[in-house]
Structures are given as C-alpha cells and as structure tokens.
Design a protein around this ligand. Structure first.
Ligand code: HPA
Length: 235
C-alpha cells in the first residue's frame, strides 16, 4: 500500500526507523552498518532501507529538509506503516555558549517558530517533547561512546537564512542549538501515540562564525550514527 511519497508495502519497514535528513546518509548507513539491507523506497530519491543491526530489524530513511518534509514522511511511517519509534539523526548549529563543534545534542524538547501546531486547535502553546524511553537509552549510548553531549531544548526553525537575527534571544532562553525538523516529528509522534527522539551533532556555530570541515562532519556523523543504532538496539 504505497503512498504518494513512499513505495514501501506494509511490513517492509521495521518498528524502529533512523532518519537522517539527507537520503544519501540513509544509503550510507544501510550499506555500512546494516546486514542484508533491502531498499524499499526511491520515490523522489528519499531512500529507505530495512536490514538488521546486531540481529535487530531496523530501517533507515531520509526525511528531507524542514518540518513539512519531516512531517509527511514521519506521519506516514507512524500512521500507515506501523512504525513505533523514529530516531532523527542530524546536524545543528550551536546556540548556547557552552555547546561546541562536534558536541552531541540530545533534544529533550523542541521550541519552534513554525505554525505546525496550529492544526491541533490548542488554546495555548504546545511543547513538543521527546519520548523519555528514547532519551534515557540515548544518554546511556552516548556515555558509552564517550562523546561530549548536552540534553535539553533546541530550536526547530522554518528558516536557514534568517533576516530576524533572533538567535541571541533564543540563547537567553537556554536553547542549545538550531535545526529544522524536530518539532513536527515530536508533534506527529505525540498525536500518533508513538515515540520520537532527535540526536544531533553540532556542525556549525552561527553566533561565532565557526563550522566543521567535511572530514570532521563525516567523523562526528559516524559517532552520532553509532549512538543512534545502539539506542535503537536497546529500545
Ligand atoms: N540553522 C539551521 N539549521 C541548521 C544549522 C543552522 O545554523 N546548522 C545545521 N542545521
């Protein structure tokens, strides 16, 4: 029962899906970490694979960039394909002063400037939150891996190129970093009664004009990938 965005049939996708933004990263993970990976989706080049990691069935699929793209794929995974857990793995810009290049951020909650929550007709401000079962396993996996990490609130932004220069205002509120997908993922998970978590590696510090090299990004991506797979293994 394919959707307009995903060619998979019911049963092709595992209960736990790791979602990098970049579909080529999904391909990389499948080819380098999964045993017997099978590609279930190529629509729009948004690759999805299912295989096994240390004997456990796991899928990995690209989400694309931005909350609308993440929302389409994650909604279908949760509500059509029976997925129970989604772990987003991505990059973030540092906002908090003590967050440095290559650090890991485990996103406990996601503030946002997006209007995604308006569809729920809530009389207030909804707080998109990760699932504790995933947060606690990710912390254990990160401690074992030895990376420097932070757990807290991030900003999911609709803009990468932003005229409002609002980062220092978010910094005053203790926000750790900025990315563009997590708030809609967490809202979809809550609305569907499912689990979600975002694990990020810091690729740049917009307030300090710093960024990682391509090689550093590749290495820190591998750390984050291994943390995400170990988290997936233990839930
Ligand atoms: N802004 C938004 N998204 C990002 C950034 C950023 O600076 N870095 C990595 N993802």
């Amino acid at each position: 029962m394919p959707t307009p965005h995903n060619n998979a049939e019911k049963g092709d996708i595992a209960e736990t899906v790791i979602m990098p933004g970049d579909p080529l990263r999904a391909k990389f993970i499948a080819e380098n970490y999964l045993d017997n990976p099978v590609c279930y989706n190529q629509v729009r080049g948004m690759y999805g694979y299912t295989g096994t990691y240390k004997g456990k069935r796991i899928s990995v699929q690209g989400s694309g960039m931005g909350m609308p793209s993440m929302a389409i794929y994650s909604w279908e995974l949760f509500n059509i394909y029976g997925v129970r857990n989604i772990i987003r793995t991505g990059t973030a810009g540092a906002i908090a002063d003590n967050v440095n290049l290559r650090d890991i951020i485990i996103a406990m909650s996601a503030s946002t400037n997006s209007a995604y929550a308006s569809q729920y007709n809530l009389n207030g401000t909804y707080a998109p939150t990760a699932s504790w079962c995933l947060v606690s396993e990710a912390v254990k996996a990160t401690e074992k891996n030895g990376c420097k990490y932070h757990v807290g609130n991030i900003l999911s932004s609709d803009t990468f190129y932003d005229d409002s220069e609002s980062l220092s205002s978010w910094q005053k509120m203790g926000v750790l970093g900025i990315e563009m997908e997590t708030a809609s993922l967490y809202m979809n998970a809550s609305r569907s009664g499912k689990n979600a978590l975002t694990i990020l590696t810091v690729s740049d510090c917009p307030l300090k004009n710093l960024s990682t090299s391509a090689e550093e990004r590749q290495n820190s991506f591998r750390d984050m990938m291994e943390i995400s797979l170990e988290t997936a293994l233990n839930i």
